[in-house]
Design a protein around this ligand. Structure first.
Ligand code: AMP
Length: 573
């Protein structure tokens, strides 16, 4: 199957902003594969359409820098200065090489045309080259592709190499196309996708009529998208909906998905990144579990062994992001993982089992229940222990009063709130479900004033994209506590552009400093301690709730308010 034919449809996809049209062009690609290609081509085209060579669950990147790409392009006889000039002019290396290639002698016409296989397999090989002389080898392979490519093929080749296709194509749109073409409900495909995280594999199996294939089922060492919770309006309402529920302490840490196969253990983050190397003590502890094959999920928290309380969220990030000196960091920041679900055991997927049954499996594995009603004393005694793997504290109840007590207790030992889980629910990967709720204290919103605006990028390139926000001290001095960019509609951004431009004090390049005139109300997940800001605090995940044109900079919240809320949150007081 020819790369040129694919590129021509890619061009059509790129040139429409309408999702439905993108979907329909993708359907044309499937037609094309049916007509002229083999099933594997569809797999490759799926990856390429989203700017990848490897499946989405696979973290490997091609890792070809712009420099190597430029060298490959200039090896076709295109001058470097000209290329750089064109990149500046078009803002895209793809367009630049396309335009310049069309001016060179079309040697490519004499060479054999590129196939989808040529492009895909060559790039995959390039990604795997390591060691001495690897740059040269990579350059040679990439150059050979460019030599054979026509102008439009060059455009997509260059972009694919940088893993940014600019088609505006994404997995949901491909799923739509597959659903229409193969006449399979989108929900079914979404569910399989959440398990496999591999759009190419799914498409290939569809075209081969092998949707029931074992390859599309839960598999060790291929992380699956986690099931997500919704926010419960109250404990009472959640109970009304579920009748009886399992309440669990909600830990504020990092979610981990742990896969164990014999002696091999891998840990994946919520975003499915492999974080195994950063967490050796957890790997060791999991290895000791006497079950051959497992996939479990839990929340990883940093524990202060003096107090037995969790340490701030940033400490966990410091552990997760650590690439070297891990041993030293391990001594400084002690981790504990509270397991809360099990998805797979010894060759059998458990995701369709009721939660109650999954929990029982988990309890059997660790050897106790962590039931708050009966084991509270032991739990409290062990808060300061060396335990690395534990299971979440639970209360199964239909009584809102008792649930409230459990909730207050969870806060009192330093945690974030409670999870409320339906005992009969299966595990639905990748979706935000009404069978699992989170409930935590709502923190009051803050009125803050905008002091800087960052120029936007991508979709927001015509506007400002995010805004520095400040609180004040008693004297009215302003203190930044973060940047906010979410919670704003296009109309808001348009309006902000107009208003901000009127009050610019200084242009700092990437951003502008403005008169403190625009007051907004922001909500946020949490207040964190911060070294970055002089007031010592920063908002985590702030979002704009509304504009407060009725307020001026003298009416905004103070550093003292921030301090007070910081103390209240997570039951620190
Ligand atoms: P949120 O991140 O605010 O959507 O809240 C849901 C998250 O809480 C999950 O993704 C987990 O990372 C985390 N979590 C903490 N404790 C538990 C628990 N006991 N059960 C399930 N999730 C938990």
């Amino acid at each position: 199957m020819l790369w040129k034919d694919v590129c021509e449809i890619f061009d059509k996809i790129e040139n429409t902003t309408k999702r439905l049209e993108k979907r329909d062009y993708f359907i044309k690609l499937i037609d094309l594969v049916k007509e002229k290609g083999k099933p594997e081509d569809l797999k490759k085209i799926c990856y390429m359409a989203i700017g990848r060579v490897y499946p989405e669950y696979d973290e490997r990147e091609l890792g070809i820098g712009e420099k190597l790409l430029i060298n490959a392009i200039t090896s076709m006889g295109i001058k470097k200065e000209e290329l750089l000039e064109k990149i500046k002019e078009t803002g895209d290396i793809g367009f630049a090489v396309e335009q310049l290639k069309s001016k060179t002698k079309q040697l490519s016409l004499l060479l054999s045309p590129l196939t989808v296989d040529d492009v895909y397999e060559t790039l995959k090989r390039v990604g795997e080259i390591e060691g001495e002389g690897s740059q040269k080898k990579k350059l040679r392979l990439i150059s050979s592709l460019f030599m054979r490519a026509s102008p439009i093929e060059c455009r997509y080749l260059a972009r694919l190499i940088l893993e940014d296709m600019r088609l505006g194509m994404n997995v949901p749109t491909i799923l739509d196309a597959l659903s229409v073409y193969f006449n399979v409900p989108k929900e079914k495909l979404e569910k399989i996708y959440a398990i496999t995280n591999d759009i190419g594999l799914l498409a290939e199996k569809l075209i081969k009529n092998e949707l029931e294939s074992e390859d599309l089922k839960l598999k060790l060492f291929r992380p699956i998208k986690p099931m997500l919770a919704q926010l419960a309006p109250s404990i009472e309402e959640a109970l009304l909906e579920m009748g009886k529920a399992q309440f669990e302490t909600k830990y504020d840490g990092a979610r981990v998905q742990i896969h164990k196969g014999g002696d091999k253990v891998k840990i994946y983050s919520r975003r499915l990144e492999d974080v195994t190397n950063a967490l050796p003590e957890i790997v060791d502890a999991i290895k000791k579990i006497n079950v051959e094959e497992l996939i479990v999920e839990g929340e990883c928290v940093a524990i202060d062994k003096q107090t037995g309380k969790p340490r701030p969220f940033q400490d966990i990030l410091r552990r997760f992001r650590r690439k070297y000196d891990i041993g030293k960091m391990m001594k400084e920041i002690n981790l504990r993982v509270y397991l809360f679900d099990i998805l797979y055991k010894n060759g059998t997927s458990l995701i369709d089992e009721e939660f109650e049954k999954r929990r029982k499996e988990l309890e059997d594995i660790v050897g106790y229940e962590n039931d708050w009603r009966t084991e509270r004393e032991r739990i409290e005694r062990e808060l300061k222990s060396d335990k690395i793997v534990d299971i979440s504290y639970k209360l199964v109840s239909d009584d809102p009063k008792e649930a409230r007590e459990f909730y207050n207790w969870s806060l009192s030992i330093g945690h974030e709130g409670v999870m409320i889980k339906n005992l009969k629910a299966p595990y639905t990967p990748g979706s935000r479900v009404r069978t699992m709720y989170k409930f935590k204290p709502t923190l009051e919103s803050l009125d803050v004033v905008i002091t800087k605006a960052k120029r936007g990028m991508g979709k927001r390139k015509d506007w400002y994209g995010s805004f520095e926000i400040c609180v004040k001290d008693e004297e009215g001095n302003l203190y930044p506590i973060g940047y906010v960019g979410t919670g704003l509609s296009e109309a808001d951004l348009e309006m902000l552009k107009e208003e901000i431009d009127k009050i610019i004090k200084r242009d700092l390049g990437e951003e502008v400093e403005v008169e403190p005139k625009i007051v907004i109300e922001v909500a946020y997940e949490e207040i964190q301690k911060s070294d970055k800001y002089p007031c010592g605090y920063a908002l985590r995940f702030p979002r704009v709730v509304r504009f407060r044109f009725d307020k001026g900079k003298d009416d905004i919240n103070t550093v003292k308010d921030v301090e007070r809320i910081y103390e209240i949150q997570r039951g620190r007081k």
